[in-house]
Design a protein. Structure first.
Length: 358
């Protein structure tokens, strides 16, 4: 029984193989048929779309041909219009030429009239200019004369006061000389400024700003008579400033020399304010403090020898001087004199020009 079954199984095996192969081939054939059907459908669709596109292009071409025909017709109309416009332009040019010729004739006549009017206006203007120049010359002469009269009047008004100021300054310098001589003090007084020059080598050690004992003795001798004269009743109201200026020689830099000169001027001023109570009254000390100034001048205003070389010892100094209140008036008067001379010169020039025009 077992043998019979194995034989049947062996007999059925080839049959099953061929049957499976047949099924597979049928499936492949069916797949091929489906692919062919899809391709045919796609080809049919593309063919249909291409036919539609060709029909659309044919319609567009027809429309373009119709548009070109219309354009040609419009161009013909434009050509006709351009010819008409050219004829009209030619006619206008002819008319314009005639008008221009007529206008040219009118312009020539107007030009002749304008030239005649310009000649007349030029003569009138020249006459008016000469009259204006004469009037200006007269006005300038009058103004210059008025200015000269005013300047002369002002100078006359100030002359007596200036003479008084000059006299006060001369009196002050003389009084200072007398006072120093009376006290047997040998000191140099500038006759123009009333300044006294004190040698720094006596007042200070080299490059120092602290007064030496010898310097204090010199200041004791000088400051009392100098301040006493300046603060006298007949002079004090004329004094604007009592000035202490410190100077150095040119050795060293400007900044350090400025500091040293300031410190030395301040040292002398401080000594004066410390000792003034010994020889001045209370009101006089207040007046002195209101007028006293101290300045450092560094290496400016060097003192030179006759050959132009610097005198370093003389340049290192302290100057004590005064300034009168109305010294500015003298400068102002000098300015007025210069202006008056200039005005007088201008007046002469204007008068000569006016004479030439007449």
């Amino acid at each position: 029984m077992k043998k019979v079954n194995r034989r049947r199984m062996d007999d059925s095996t080839p049959h099953n193989v061929w049957r499976s192969f047949s099924d597979m081939m049928s499936g492949l054939l069916l797949l091929f048929v489906l692919i062919m059907a899809v391709c045919l459908m796609q080809a049919q669709k593309n063919y249909t779309e291409k036919l539609a596109e060709q029909a659309k292009q044919s319609q567009t071409l027809s429309e373009l041909q119709a548009s070109q025909s219309q354009v040609s017709e419009q161009q013909e109309k434009l050509s006709e219009q351009e010819a008409t416009l050219a004829e009209q332009a030619s006619a206008l040019e002819t008319l314009q030429a005639a008008l221009e010729a007529h206008q040219l004739s009118l312009n020539e006549k107007e030009t002749e009239l304008e030239n005649a009017q310009l000649a007349l206006d030029a003569q009138t203007l020249l006459l008016n200019e000469r009259e204006s120049e004469l009037a200006l010359s007269q006005a300038s002469l009058s103004a210059s004369q008025l200015k000269l009269d005013e300047a002369n009047a002002l100078m006359l008004q100030q002359q007596s006061k200036i003479d008084q100021i000059i006299g006060v300054k001369a009196d002050l310098v003389a009084a200072l000389n007398d006072e120093f001589k009376k006290n047997s003090i040998s000191v140099q007084i500038d006759s123009n400024t009333g300044a006294i020059l004190l040698d720094s080598s006596v007042l200070f050690e080299f490059s120092e700003s602290e007064l030496t004992s010898a310097g204090m003795e010199v200041l004791d001798q000088v400051l009392e008579p100098y301040c006493e004269v300046l603060l006298r009743e007949e002079y004090v109201n004329y004094i604007a400033e009592i000035i202490i200026d410190g100077y150095t020689d040119s050795s060293g830099d400007y900044q350090s020399n400025l500091m040293l000169s300031q410190q030395r001027a301040y040292a002398v001023a401080a000594y004066l304010t410390d000792t003034m109570y010994q020889f001045l009254s209370g009101p006089q000390t207040e007046i002195l403090l209101g007028k006293l100034t101290a300045n450092g001048k560094s290496s400016s205003n060097l003192i030179l020898e006759a050959d132009g070389r610097e005198n370093a010892d003389a340049s290192r100094r302290v100057e004590i001087k005064f300034r009168l209140k109305d010294e500015e008036m003298i400068s102002e008067l000098q300015k007025l004199i210069v202006e008056s001379q200039a005005a007088a010169g201008g007046e002469t020039a204007v008068a000569e020009a006016a004479a030439e025009q007449e």
